[in-house]
Design a protein around this ligand. Structure first.
Ligand SMILES: [Mg+2]
Length: 157
């Protein structure tokens, strides 16, 4: 079975809402690492149905740039939200996401590919996206709308 690699923050878990609710200008570390806050992340609309649909054709692998110490809480969140949680990769940078993708037979990669949520102005990771193209890794640039993502998915895969 081919593999899908799917991001977590701002792709299935609403980390941006966590930031908007709790960020006070100086507690970035707490917001990124507090297990209680993470466990309470809202699931992004329609992601469960979409992942379920994708999982009929692909093996779901989660690929997140979160610190390794958040492995258990990330698994617990996936379980809590009734998402598959068997395969989870945590890496410390987006650069390392590319490394995981390169070393696997990736059928599809889904990620919001944005940064600067803390400045309330998410921007596209242009170089990261160029690299994916260069490596011929198929991807969906997730923009917050799973219904749209599934439409793209069905057209191309
Ligand atoms: Mg993300």
């Amino acid at each position: 079975m081919k593999k899908v690699f799917c991001d977590i923050d701002n792709t299935v878990a609403d980390q941006y809402l966590r930031i908007r609710k709790h960020f006070n200008g100086k507690n970035m570390h707490k917001i990124l690492n507090n297990e209680k806050l993470i466990l309470n992340d809202r699931i992004i609309n329609h992601s469960r149905e979409a992942i379920k649909l994708i999982s009929k054709k692909y093996e779901i692998n989660w690929l997140s740039a979160r610190p390794k110490k958040l492995f258990d809480v990330t698994k617990a969140w996936l379980k809590k939200k009734k998402l598959p949680n068997e395969r989870l990769y945590l890496v410390d940078s987006h650069e390392k996401k590319i490394r995981i993708l390169k070393s696997n037979d990736v059928g599809l990669f889904i990620d919001d590919m944005k940064y600067d949520y803390f400045n309330n102005a998410p921007k596209k990771m242009t170089r990261f996206i160029q690299k994916l193209k260069r490596l011929k890794i198929k991807f969906i640039l997730f923009d917050g709308n799973w219904k749209k993502a599934i439409n793209i998915y069905e057209k191309f895969f």
